[in-house]
Design a protein around this ligand. Structure first.
Ligand SMILES: [Zn+2]
Length: 235
């Protein structure tokens, strides 16, 4: 270094404070993150996200091994030539408007860590996204075609357990008649309306109505809605 002033005042590093044991340091750090004292909001959020993602990964692992509905879907995807490895089901933070997503190429599912209020909520979301994957694999869906998209949403919402009665109650919808179908219609139209190819919510509703009969009654790979393992074993 040519600047002698800098060289002169450059202090030697201060003596290191005595190092606390690792366990103590981890505990102190956790306490800071929980209380928010001594850490920034960003650090706190990062810690929360890490915790939520770890929890999501653990639940995902469990569901992919033991949920009858998830195992059923994975089996049928494999038999259709579209095996889904665990690495293609990802836990990640997302914006708050969604619980999961599906990307056709490569076939991957995202589970929005931190969004799930129960294990069965995550199970229904995973089955929903795997149903889109199944449709993509079997029927070569064109996702920019609103009729194709609507059809897959009707099937995914109807067969995944998304519209089970208890789930609907939680959302504040308490009418009893045709509750399941009304829920499927509403949720399918919402998803189609979010398709960039869809001009407005009215169009989404219209397209859902147009394809309703053939898609609602198409329960593949489940034989009938009542044989859906979510209906049989889900909580
Ligand atoms: Zn969907």
């Amino acid at each position: 270094m040519s600047d002698s002033t800098t060289a002169q005042v450059s202090p030697s590093p201060p003596p290191e404070p005595p190092q606390p044991s690792n366990a103590f340091e981890r505990w102190r750090r956790k306490l800071m993150l929980v209380t928010g004292l001594g850490v920034t909001e960003q650090e706190r959020l990062a810690d929360l996200r890490m915790h939520q993602t770890r929890h999501c990964e653990k639940t995902k692992e469990y569901l992919m091994n033991y949920s009858p509905a998830v195992v059923f879907m994975l089996k049928h995807l494999k038999e259709s030539g579209c095996e889904v490895p665990k690495s293609n089901v990802l836990c990640a933070p997302c914006d708050l408007t969604r619980a999961g997503g599906f990307t056709p190429d490569p076939g991957a599912v995202v589970l929005c860590s931190g969004h799930f209020f129960s294990e069965s909520h995550m199970e229904h979301t995973l089955v929903h996204e795997l149903m889109h994957m199944y449709d993509h694999c079997r029927f070569k869906v064109d996702w920019s075609n609103l009729r194709h998209h609507a059809c897959s949403e009707i099937r995914a919402n109807s067969l995944s357990g998304d519209c089970r009665y208890t789930r609907e109650l939680r959302r504040g919808f308490v009418s009893f008649s045709k509750q399941h179908q009304a829920c499927v219609r509403r949720r399918a139209a919402m998803s189609v309306a979010a398709n960039p190819a869809c001009p407005d919510a009215k169009t989404a509703e219209k397209v859902v109505n147009e394809v309703w009969d053939s898609c609602f009654n198409d329960t593949r790979p489940f034989d009938e809605v009542c044989f859906n393992p979510i209906a049989l074993f889900g909580n």
